[in-house]
Every structure is written in C-alpha cells, then in structure tokens.
Ligand binder design. Structure first.
Ligand SMILES: NC(=O)c1ccc[n+]([C@@H]2O[C@H](COP(=O)([O-])OP(=O)(O)OC[C@H]3O[C@@H](n4cnc5c(N)ncnc54)[C@H](OP(=O)(O)O)[C@@H]3O)[C@@H](O)[C@H]2O)c1
Length: 250
C-alpha cells in the first residue's frame, strides 16, 4: 500500500515510517525538510499522488493558543482537501487522550485539529495516545535551567512512541477498524518522578522539581489527572522502566 506519513522525521513519525517499511508498504515521507509544507499546502497535492492512506503525525512549533489552533486546523483542512482530490481512502491522525478538558496551548490546538478533520469529506480514524515515554526527554530539554529541571505537575500513563506508531500503522492498513481509539502505557506515573529517573540515568540535570505553574490555564487539569486514560483504552507496553533500560541502560 502507498501510504503518506506527515511528520515523517518526528518522534512518532519516524517510527511509523520504519514500521510501515518493515511491513513492505511504500512510504511517502512528508516534512518541510523534504520540501512539503502542510500548513502552506506547498507540494502537498503532488506528494499525495497515488496515495491510498495518509497518516498525520505532524507537530506544531508554537504553543500559543490562537496560533496553535490556527496551525492544526489549517493543516487538517489542507490535508482533507488534497486527500479528496488525490482519491485518498482514509486519514489516520495521532491525537492526545483527555484533550476535551483543555482550553489552551497545544492540547486546544489538537482538539481544533480533530474537529477540522472530522468536518472534512475523507473518512478519518483518530488515535488518541497518552504522553510518550520520550516526553520525559522533551521535559528535560524544555525545562532545565542550570542544574534543575522544572516539570509541571502531571498525572499520565506514558507509552512508547514505537507502540503508538505500530497502532497508527495498523489503523492505516486495516479495512475495518474503530474510528476512535485510545492507547496508553501500562502504569499511571507522575511525570516529574519519571523525568527524574531519566535525569538520573543521564547524569544530568542534578535535580528535577515538580512545579504547579498557576499562570498556565492547563495546570489544574493535568495535575488532577485529565490526561489519564478512561475505560476501553488499549493498554500496551513496554513500561517506562523497560523503555528506560532499553534506551538508557544503567
Ligand atoms: N510527544 C508526545 O508525548 C505526544 C503524545 C501524544 C500525541 N502526540 C502528537 O503526536 C504528533 C507528533 O508529535 P512528535 O513529538 O512526534 O513531533 P516532532 O518530533 O516534533 O516532529 C514533528 C514532525 O512534523 C514535521 N512538520 C512540522 N511542521 C510541518 C509542516 N508545516 N509541514 C510538514 N511537516 C511538518 C517535522 O518535520 P520538519 O520540521 O522537517 O517539517 C517533523 O517531522 C503531535 O501532533 C502531537 O500532538 C505527541
């Protein structure tokens, strides 16, 4: 099957590409670096030529609420339009568990993206995932100042990006599959505690502190568990400890 992967060089996108190629599918890798911009639409129509299924694993560069809503909504509309013109059979989108509870930032943008995709003519399958194990790496990159990382208080059920990628690939190729699915890792975790374990393996930063940033409109929902999976969620390993041992051996 000829499958386009938007965000093909990203954390989850590159895993999707690998999984699909291992299964013998032909992958059209879509990124700005490869000359296709799904926000402006430049090169998108040509890239979707002969494509049967699109997987959208793109990310936004901004977290400012209006900008991120505009970004995700626009790419959804562009992809829907070009997919229709190209005769694409379905679109698979990676989204995030619990985003209905959020009115700001990235999560609000993802909700706008889901809605825009669902308004379009091409059938859409949405996989809502928990935060990735790799999210702890992002936390250290984003929040470390000096020798301390400051991680927002968050209850989550981290999952490996590879596991999410395998499910995205399965949803892409299956003739029959649910239109909405949620997937999370095996254990509820405290994000700061998990990030501290990663920092300990890396040897840096020396400290990880949990913070409650009251200037962030999302702080209460994420601290109270709005990002946790509900009943019916697909639960899949590896656990965070197994992932850590594999990628950062002690
Ligand atoms: N990280 C998590 O914990 C998590 C959990 C659940 C769901 N998700 C969702 O998964 C998606 C992917 O996240 P990620 O962390 O894997 O992303 P990422 O590592 O930041 O990668 C983003 C990808 O999108 C491409 N891209 C960005 N803007 C583009 C544009 N205008 N046109 C074409 N390609 C573009 C990038 O390549 P270029 O820069 O070359 O364009 C890159 O390949 C996001 O929508 C996110 O909400 C993430």
């Amino acid at each position: 099957m000829r499958i386009a992967v938007i965000g093909a060089s990203g954390r989850v996108g590159r895993e999707v590409v690998e999984v699909l190629r291992e299964q013998g599918h032909e992958v059209v890798a879509i990124t700005r670096s490869a000359g296709v911009d799904v926000y402006s639409g430049a090169g998108l129509g040509q890239a979707l030529n002969g494509v049967e299924v699109v997987i959208d694993a793109a990310n936004a560069a901004t977290t400012e609420t209006d900008a991120v809503r505009d970004y995700f909504r626009t790419i959804a509309r562009n992809v829907q339009q070009e997919a229709l013109d190209a005769g694409v059979r379905r679109i698979v989108v990676v989204s995030i568990i619990g985003i209905d509870a959020f009115t700001a930032g990235h999560y609000a943008g993802k909700l706008a993206q889901e809605q825009a995709y669902l308004e379009g003519p091409v059938p859409v399958r949405i996989l809502r995932a928990a935060q990735f194990h790799e999210f702890t790496e992002m936390m250290l990159d984003w929040t470390t100042q000096g020798d301390t990382a400051h991680v927002p208080a968050t209850r989550t059920q981290l999952i490996a990006a590879r596991t999410v990628a395998e499910q995205l690939a399965a949803l892409a190729v299956a003739e029959s599959a649910p239109d909405r699915l949620e997937i999370a890792g095996p254990d509820e975790l405290n994000l700061a505690a998990a990030t501290a374990k990663l920092a300990a393996r890396r040897g840096t930063p020396l400290q990880v502190e949990e913070v409650l940033d009251t200037s962030d409109p999302n702080h209460r929902a994420q601290a109270d568990g709005a990002l946790l999976p509900g009943p019916g969620t697909l639960i899949a390993g590896p656990s965070f400890e197994e992932w850590l041992d594999r990628h950062y051996p002690a």
